[in-house]
Write a protein that binds this ligand. Structure first.
Ligand SMILES: Cc1ncc(COP(=O)(O)O)c(C=O)c1O
Length: 408
């Protein structure tokens, strides 16, 4: 009998990867990627050169001699940015640089969650968070939102249900500023209401501000973290969406007592230093101008994808124009099952996120899908959405005829 790996691996592993990477679909509307054409390559080359000149020899030392929280000058820059953009009063000691904000999510889960704990998430939320919560054996439950964010009365109802089941809610996970997947921004009033409810029930809030740099108007409400006086809120952000996801640099922001608990859980001996030093050099000089340019490009792509949806789906595709970011959440008539649509579209070279993977209650996402527009070109957006409508028409008769502008 030959060797059988399956007989050796631990119980409860996630499903194995389907196959080694074979490249992206030609029309790739998933994955939260950035726009390669907008990357400021000369400025990054200059920043990387200066970083190596200044810190090159320190690469010989774990953590570059600036401690396990990450490269200090980048944390110093973040202190200024978080103050001016999010109204947060923090010091370098409140910031832990991580390998993408995904590592920040992992650390928060590791610090806070016991098996069986419940996390309240927004009704539509980031698939990566839900899969992690499943792996950590915590439960999650969705709460209804509207265009202003989590609805306070609905949150109270959900918390009462959790209590009635004898379970404990540890925290509310929210993506308040350019929500994933809806692209909405939580109002200031709702931010206060959420904090008030958290105080009343003695919960923590985990604020994921991963897309908050990319807002069309260039204006945003203060972070929930900045409104909290007690240390009830932990916050994460990322350079993935503002600069480049392959750099893998994110950050966790919290009061020192939380950082002190998270640090021993971060067992990788430090996140990549060349990325952190390069970012420190780059951001000091170029971050604001770059983000303004990038956001303008994303707004154009966002307009282009809305035009393409109108053109190819007509009234069969409903969506709310996003307020920033790199994705749009689309709802189609109930005869369309978007999980099946995603499979058929993949066969035609169009990759989309079926709604079920982006909502807490899978049934509620059955007729929705998410399209990321950051990476594809304008041409790919136009042609890809037209192909998607074609597939949808073939499979479900919706839109009535491909390219029509009426649903019925
Ligand atoms: C809401 C949200 N949080 C966190 C992440 C993780 O991003 P990264 O690890 O690249 O910072 C993503 C990625 O798409 C996201 O959408």
């Amino acid at each position: 009998m030959g060797f059988n790996l399956a007989a050796h691996v631990r119980a409860g592993l996630p499903n194995p990867a389907p196959a080694p990477f074979k490249g992206f679909a030609p029309y790739y509307f998933i994955g939260g990627n950035n726009a390669g054409e907008a990357l400021p390559i000369p400025e990054l080359i200059d920043a990387a050169t200066r970083a190596l000149e200044k810190e090159g020899r320190n690469l010989a030392i774990y953590n570059l001699q600036t401690g396990p929280q990450g490269y200090r000058p980048l944390r110093e820059w973040l202190v200024k940015r978080l103050k001016s953009w999010c109204q947060m009063d923090v010091t370098v000691d409140n910031i832990l640089l991580t390998s993408g904000s995904l590592q920040a999510l992992d650390l928060v889960h590791q610090v806070l969650l016991d098996p069986g704990d419940v996390v309240v998430v927004e009704g539509g939320t980031y698939g990566g968070t839900m899969s992690r919560l499943k792996d950590s054996k915590a439960e999650y439950v969705g709460v209804a939102m509207d265009d202003d964010g989590i609805i306070p009365a609905e949150l109270e109802k959900v918390l009462a249900q959790i209590k009635a089941q004898g379970k404990r809610c540890k925290y509310v996970y929210t993506i308040p500023t350019v929500q994933n997947p809806t692209g909405t921004i939580m109002s200031l009033e709702r931010r206060h209401a959420l904090l008030e409810i958290a105080r009343k029930h003695d919960l923590m809030i985990f604020e994921d501000d991963c897309y908050a740099d990319l807002i069309w108007t260039g204006k945003r409400p203060p972070s929930i973290y900045s409104l909290d006086t007690e240390g009830r809120v932990v916050y994460c952000g990322s350079f993935s969406k503002s600069i480049a996801p392959a750099l893998r640099v994110g950050y966790l922001v919290a009061k020192w007592d939380f950082i002190a608990q998270a640090l021993p859980c971060k067992t990788d001996a430090g996140s990549g230093a060349l990325e952190q030093t390069t970012l420190a050099m780059f951001c000091e000089q170029h971050f604001d101008a770059h983000v303004a340019k990038l956001t303008a490009l994303f707004k154009q792509k966002c307009d282009a994808i809305q035009d393409a949806l109108h053109e190819s789906f007509g009234t069969a595709a409903e969506f709310r124009p996003p307020e920033g970011g790199i994705f749009i959440w689309v709802t189609v008539p109930e005869e369309v099952d978007t999980t099946k649509l995603a499979q058929a579209a993949a066969a035609a070279g169009v990759a989309i996120n079926p709604g079920r993977e982006w909502v807490a209650d899978p049934e509620s996402g059955k007729h929705s899908f998410r399209l990321c527009f950051g990476q594809p070109s304008f041409e790919q957006i136009k042609v890809g959405v037209a192909k998607l409508a074609e597939v949808c028409h073939e499979q479900f008769g919706v839109p009535l005829r491909s390219g029509n502008i009426e649903r019925s």
